[in-house]
Design a protein around this ligand. Structure first.
Ligand SMILES: [Zn+2]
Length: 88
């Protein structure tokens, strides 16, 4: 289940960007989490992280907007066309 604070921040980011967010991954069950080789303590397991599909050229501006919405950890992955967002 997603943390309500994560949902609120994603909604604020959606409003700021003025368009829908394409979420490629948010909450992961234990089985899926291990299938992608992620750590047992992944923030995705805790429902406090989401990966958003972002075109490589937009990753930088997206990350800045995410920071202004209060995300604690922002990992732009322009090489894989997504940005990892996390609350704490
Ligand atoms: Zn992630």
């Amino acid at each position: 289940m997603l943390h309500p604070m994560l949902v609120r921040k994603l909604e604020a980011l959606r409003a700021l960007r003025g368009r829908r967010l394409s979420i490629s991954c948010a909450y992961r069950c234990a089985k899926f989490n291990s299938s992608v080789g992620a750590d047992l303590r992944s923030p995705h397991r805790l429902g406090i992280a989401a990966d958003i599909k972002v075109a490589p050229r937009e990753c930088e501006s997206f990350a800045k907007d995410a920071a202004s919405c209060g995300f604690a950890r922002i990992l732009p992955r322009a090489d894989k066309s997504y940005v990892h967002l996390e609350i704490r």
